[in-house]
Design a protein around this ligand. Structure first.
Ligand SMILES: *[C@@H]1O[C@H](CO)[C@@H](O)[C@H](O)[C@H]1NC(C)=O
Length: 395
């Protein structure tokens, strides 16, 4: 056993013994609710071939790719795993990308062995926190916003009735300041339906202590299909395929007025398998996918799509920063942005976002946050910028 491996093993052993310490267990195991949580944890935590701690302190289990929690979903009993997208996820060649000499982001590899995928170890306290967090998580607002959350987004009006099969963006990764019960995110949304009937997927980055247990910026994914759904891999459903990068990986963040770290994110429906993939084309990483059977109302594409910022207020009603905590203006290094936005209507290929003439802005608290969309450099650069300081922004 080499020293490094031994050190990792020791850390894991210590952490494990801490988690299952009998005194701690007695304190939390009390009622029926806890029993359900115990079952949930048993389902989520699969036997690990190896366990690895990332630099943020989160524990990842390298789980047999065929035995990951996803397959405990009743709809996925006979699901045939898709190990990579049917056609490779290539970057869209554009005038802007050659000018923007942005290098790929530094994703920190967890580095699981071949045939396994990194799944964040589910802990009771994480699931308890996540439970309250998910309750306050909503979709693309259709008219008004939602209680306790503030949006600064661009969405389609859907007057044209053109469902989307995908979208690719470059978004700068920021670390907005939040308190323990606030969160601040930048997301891309695809949805069909309203309220309980809604089928939806989301991805982007988030600072959400209630979800992650820290105030770092993480990759985030979310799916909802009627009553089921969750963030990342906190419930069966989403299938992970990358052995190197977990779906909730910590991201390097940008510096205000300095170097911007950009996440090149592509979400799209594989037209052969109907699965919805989430990939990072710049890094040539296929993270994983939501099986088509799970989100069946997105089978013919997503009628509703949006990009932008989402800030959730604390219990006392104070809202956090969105982006850098500044309103969008003319300097890109001063605000949250999505650039080179592309959309995929029907199976017709990729278009720059400027192609579709029915975008509209939605901001529910204009005193606190704002969003701007613009077309730069011919039609290629369709850009959405967002941000705001937060504070007392109303409900
Ligand atoms: C959205 O969901 C409804 C209800 O299931 C369905 O009839 C419709 O075809 C869906 N739209 C798209 C674009 O898939």
């Amino acid at each position: 056993m080499d020293l490094k491996f031994y050190a990792t093993f020791l850390v894991v052993a210590l952490l494990t013994s801490h988690i299952y310490h009998p005194i701690e267990a007695r304190r939390i195991v009390t009622g029926e609710g806890d029993l359900k949580l115990d079952e949930q944890i048993k389902i989520l935590n699969k036997p690990a071939i190896k366990s690895i701690q990332d630099k943020g302190g989160a524990l990842y289990d390298c789980v047999n790719i065929y035995k990951q929690p996803a397959f405990d979903h009743p709809l996925l009993k006979n699901h045939k795993i898709q190990l990579k997208p049917t056609s490779p996820t290539e970057d869209f060649t554009s005038e802007t990308s050659s000018e923007n000499k942005q290098s790929k982001i530094a994703l920190e590899s967890v580095g699981c062995p071949e045939g396994t995928v990194p799944i964040r170890r589910a802990r009771k306290e994480d699931l308890i926190r996540a439970k309250s967090f998910i309750k306050s998580h909503s979709t693309i607002p259709q008219s008004n916003g939602y209680l306790g959350q503030h949006y600064a987004i661009v969405r389609n009006t859907n007057h044209l009735k053109i469902p989307m099969y995908g979208s690719q963006v470059k978004m700068n990764i920021i670390n907005p300041r939040v308190t323990q019960d606030q969160s601040s995110m930048a997301l891309m949304w695809f949805s069909n339906g309203t309220n309980e009937d809604r089928h939806e997927i989301q991805a982007g980055w988030a600072v959400a202590p209630e979800l992650y247990g820290d105030d770092k910026t993480h990759l985030i994914t979310y799916w909802k299909a009627g009553k089921s759904g969750c963030f990342n891999v906190q419930c069966p459903g989403y299938v992970h395929v990358s052995k190197d990068y977990p779906v909730d990986v910590v991201l390097d963040t940008s510096i205000y007025n300095g170097k911007q770290e950009e996440l090149n994110l592509h979400i799209y429906q594989d037209q052969t398998t109907k699965n919805w993939w989430v990939t990072v084309p710049d890094n040539e990483v296929n993270l994983g996918y939501w099986p088509g059977s799970l989100i069946s109302r997105l089978a013919e594409g997503a009628p509703n799509i949006a990009w932008g910022g989402l800030a959730k207020q604390s219990v006392t009603g104070t809202s956090p920063q969105m982006g850098y905590g500044t309103l969008p203006e003319s300097t890109y290094t001063h605000m949250g942005y999505f650039v080179e936005i592309q959309v995929e209507p029907k199976s017709a290929g990729k278009y720059f976002g400027s192609w579709l003439p029915d975008w509209e802005k939605f901001v529910d608290s204009p005193d606190c946050y704002d969003v701007v969309d613009e077309i730069k450099q011919g039609n290629n650069g369709y850009i959405v910028t967002y941000g705001g300081a937060g504070g007392n922004c109303g409900n």
